[in-house]
Design a protein around this ligand. Structure first.
Ligand code: GSH
Length: 194
């Protein structure tokens, strides 16, 4: 299968995390959205949303949305809890990540780190929303090592993707020590170096 991805994008990293962890063979095709490569007619014919990541399977089927891709690729693996309620809790965090976390931390990182905008040109609400999200994570992780069921799951993979780069977005993980320790734990589990 081919992963249409971008090496700077945490959403794309999520797909790579699952493939690496589960040994799923793949071909990574780098897409530079800053050069408009997600807006070409060829790209939009495959993914009208004009976003990476998305997957093209050998038989031609296409799948977009990082968390949907992770769920499909990890089906039947130990990255998805066997217990139905724990699975629901994992999904709870996956939905939360997309609505309340990625939309602040990834977006602020894009403006600050990728586009190199000064703070004065970035919506201040993003900092407030991101800190609120990190606060929710900090409270949850105060008594747990992982987000669900005391073991690594897709919830950790989804949430670590941008949390590990929170400093590039202007957030200070020193004020969220449980989050900082969890990031290190998950990076070690996934053998991530940077
Ligand atoms: N909810 C989507 C978000 C995907 C997304 O925002 N992708 C960005 C890169 S992180 C992108 O492709 N941007 C290019 C564009 O919008 O043209 C997911 O989780 O896959």
């Amino acid at each position: 299968m081919t992963i249409y991805g971008n090496s700077v994008s945490g959403n794309c990293h999520k797909v790579a995390f699952v493939c690496d962890r589960l040994g799923i063979p793949n071909r990574w095709l780098e897409v530079d959205f800053l050069k408009g490569e997600t807006r070409t007619p060829e790209f939009l014919a495959m993914n009208p949303a004009g976003q990476v990541p998305f997957i093209r399977f050998e038989d031609g089927r296409l799948l977009a949305q990082s968390n949907a891709i992770m769920l499909y690729l990890a089906e039947g693996s130990d990255l998805i809890p066997a217990d139905a309620f724990e699975r629901a809790l994992m999904n709870q965090w996956l939905f939360w990540e997309q609505y309340s976390h990625e939309t602040a931390i990834a977006v602020r990182r894009f403006h600050a780190f990728v586009l190199k905008k000064p703070d004065s040109d970035i919506d201040p609400a993003l900092m407030e929303k991101g800190n609120r999200a990190l606060g929710v994570m900090e409270g949850h992780l105060a008594t747990r090592r992982y987000f669900v069921g005391e073991k690594l799951s897709l919830a950790d993979l989804a949430l670590v993707a941008y949390t590990r780069f929170a400093h590039e977005a202007g957030f200070d993980l020193a004020t969220f020590p449980h989050v900082r320790d969890w990031v290190k734990r998950v990076e070690d589990d996934l053998n991530l170096t940077s």
